[in-house]
Design a protein around this ligand. Structure first.
Ligand code: HEC
Length: 231
């Protein structure tokens, strides 16, 4: 019995502090590439494993970004510097979950697929509205929390809708909603972005509180129309 309790305690303490994985590290790398495009260039390098690190090498800037699962820290190495730590990966995860609300940075963020580790619809499906094509919706941790509690969303809540072509599974654009302040302010507390191209710097409809999105989204739970997957 004692042994069983000890085993249970060990197990529950393990699940309480969930260790970050290489998938989390990929989200941090992709996020860092959009925030520091000069330090880590070109963006989108393939991650590799070696010498205890999960890392990306950037040939353009001759730099590295890395993650160690054993101490849960993010590391970087610039051309003339020693290997340095940027801190615990847990401090970066919320930032990587928060897309930037400027059109240019957001476009880079979307193309890097940083939102792909969020809670998502299980598969691509037709939209329930003619306003959006076939799609798959992703919810960041903040919006998952407030949709579950059925309360107003916090600043930093974000939803990303990937658009898909009818005949294949290629992403053909995105619609995004980001709450920029906790007060919804009749829709002005939301920044909206929509583009029908996956090319870099594609033309987008975007802006804070724009009525073309707000008017219809105001029918949702604090401007979010979709339900969480499985609800
Ligand atoms: C005519 C109504 C309508 C308009 C206009 C509209 N949407 Fe939506 N949108 C919806 C509905 C309904 C859903 C959820 C269901 C679905 O897509 O199947 C949705 C889903 C979304 C989602 C996923 C999160 C959520 O709220 O459900 C985003 C992000 C989004 N829309 C962004 C936009 C943006 C940006 C615009 C303006 C450029 C816009 N929408 C205009 C009706 C609309």
């Amino acid at each position: 019995m004692k042994l069983l309790l000890a085993a249970l305690f060990f197990f529950s303490s393990q699940v309480a502090v969930q260790a970050a994985t290489n998938t989390d590290a990929d989200a941090i790398f992709a996020w860092a590439e959009t925030i520091y495009p000069d330090l880590f260039a070109p963006a989108g390098q393939t991650s590799q494993s070696g010498a205890g690190y999960y890392y990306r090498f950037y040939p353009g800037s001759k730099s590295y970004l890395g993650f160690r699962a054993d101490d849960q820290k993010i590391y970087y190495l610039l051309p003339n510097g020693p290997v340095s730590t940027a801190g615990d990966i847990s401090t970066f995860l919320p930032q990587a979950a928060l897309p930037p609300d400027s059109a240019e940075k957001l476009n880079a963020y979307l193309r890097a697929g940083i939102y792909r580790n969020w809670t998502a619809d299980p598969s691509v499906h037709p939209s329930s509205t003619s306003a959006h094509p076939r799609s798959r919706i992703y919810f960041n941790p903040s919006v998952v929390d407030t949709l579950t509690k059925k309360v107003s969303h916090q600043a930093g809540a974000a939803v990303v809708k990937e658009f898909y072509s009818q005949d294949n599974n290629k992403v053909t654009g995105w619609a995004v909603g980001i709450k920029t302040q906790s007060d919804s302010a009749n829709g002005n507390g939301w920044y909206w972005y929509e583009t029908f191209s996956a090319e870099p710097g594609a033309v987008a409809t975007q802006g804070r509180g724009i009525s073309i999105c707000s008017n219809c989204h105001s029918k949702g739970q604090d401007y979010v129309r979709a339900a969480l997957p499985g609800q």
